[in-house]
Design a protein around this ligand. Sequence first.
Ligand code: HXC
Length: 257
Amino acid sequence: MADALVLAERDGAVGIARLNRPEARNALSAELLAELIALVEAWDTDPDVRCIVIAGGDDYFAAGADIKAMRDRSFQEALAHPALSFWARMAACRTPLVAAVSGYALGGGCELALLCDMIVASETAEFGQPEILLGIIPGGGGTQRLARVIGKQRAMELVLTGRRIGTVEALAMGLVNQVADRDEWLAKALELAQVVARRPPLAVRLGKQAVLAAEETALSAGLDQERRLYELAMATEDRVEGMSAFIEKRRPEFEGR
Ligand code: HXC
């Protein structure tokens, strides 16, 4: 059997998906994307998995879509390509996603990191949307998510020039949550994921949904949505437990109910 293109690891309630195509700098082939989405969707329906980390290797998170496979793809094939559904399916994941980025996150690799809810980067990380250098533009959400995260002017520059940015700039732009030393990037991402995994899981999912609504809606519609999600959180047993634990000065035991 061929080696898995995505390695599945577990650290307690955290699932770690490690892209594993080193000979191609973790280029996102259709096969790799199929493995990744199958794993993420399986974890998303597993109540024991409360946060998911998506990681690459020390020197590359992912070098983008597989250019060798793309070159000879016809327009008709591109329109019907199975990888197209990958982005929407990933975005539908209700479990929080943390990207652990070391080395290159380029093109679709940068888009994959942007699709995650938080990004922990190694000091060696480099982000960029170099598609313009290939005669295309980002197609995995890069133009939209980048503009929302770093603002239109900066996104425009990166998309139209293909310039890569390092972690100092990425941090200043608000693209990454944390920068870690080069030998600590995965540990730091796991640390963050473990904190989220300890929180009451229903409230975590509602919180993710509510924050993402800020990108989709106008303020008043977003506030309405937040109110509905807040009311749902108020209906959970976990919130009674959380509030009781506070009052009784003990640690809460969240059951996901
Ligand atoms: C296919 C790739 C690849 C890619 C690297 N390789 N990136 N193969 N698709 N995206 C292959 C190389 O061809 C080479 O194969 C091997 O990996 C090692 O690559 P090198 O370039 O020799 O490595 P290095 O010098 O370390 O440079 C790393 C790199 C560079 C900076 C990441 O490889 C690079 O610029 N890659 C392309 C990045 C890019 O343009 N991404 C955007 C893709 S378009 P051989 O056979 O020679 O050993 C995109 C659109 C998304 O992402 C659309 C979503 C719908």
